[in-house]
Design a protein around this ligand. Sequence first.
Ligand code: CP
Ligand code: NVA
Length: 301
Amino acid sequence: MGCRHFLTLLDLSTNELRALIERGIEIKAGLQKGEIHQPFKGKVLAMIFEKSSTRTRVSFEAGMAQFGGHAIFMSPDDTQLGRGEPIEDTARVLSKMVDIIMIRTFEHDKIESLAQYASVPVINGLSDTYHPCQLLADMQTYYEHRGSIEGKTVAWLGDGNNMCHSYINAACLYQFHLRIACPEDYLPDESIVNTASDFVETISDAKVAAEDADLVVTDVWASMGQEQEADERARVFAPYQVNTEVMSLAKDDALFMHCLPAHRGEEVTADVIDGKQSVVWDEAGNRLHAQKALLEFLLSK
Ligand code: CP
Ligand code: NVA
């Protein structure tokens, strides 16, 4: 059997995902106690970033350093990728030099090609279609604050984008109810929704979606690569803003999450994201711990 990749959340079984989240919590506790744990001495991660990043870059780079390994940042501006070297060739070359590869790019099939030609594990650090690493952190955060998410109701408000698709995958694995409220023309990919039809419901009214929810989640209205559409999207998405009125419809102990970066006053108001129900800073911080657990899992296979 070849190596394991992490291109979508569905590359993990439910049991593997559960174990990974528990391991993330354990790794976090160790770090907080000041324990030195360096299982990755001599290991190298190559990180290809064709889109911007703060959290993904820093969490992978810091994670590798804390675990005794090293991470190499590669951008199209200063590598041959930017001059047209095929991803298939890059995959074969990097596999001769590093132990594991992370890529953030536009087309999801580029990540699939990278994985197909690499002989080391490949991690999707975000594509136009999925953002599975973020879901590891979100699931860890929910578990830390409220316990198991199984059977709970999650309301996704806004764009049917990469994050929304990864939430659909998470709903399948964890068996939670996902209510997706999106404008008609911005629904998630139908084929992805169909993989989880027992758990996912798409509706047009944000307030209906939020009713009695245990978790309310949103994301930017214009993702990376959609900057030209920002004005039009701001107009269409206005009824999907997460504000105190929306949060008041959810359960009293509902949590609010956002993968960040956020635009206060657009997809979420400042009083919600900076308010008591928001766990966005834990969510961002957990990128570090959950991904260390992921790296450990993939490097052990
Ligand atoms: N949430 C997230 O992936 O953030 P970055 O774009 O900063 O990596
Ligand atoms: N949907 C956003 C997520 C950013 C982390 C984007 O793709 O830009």
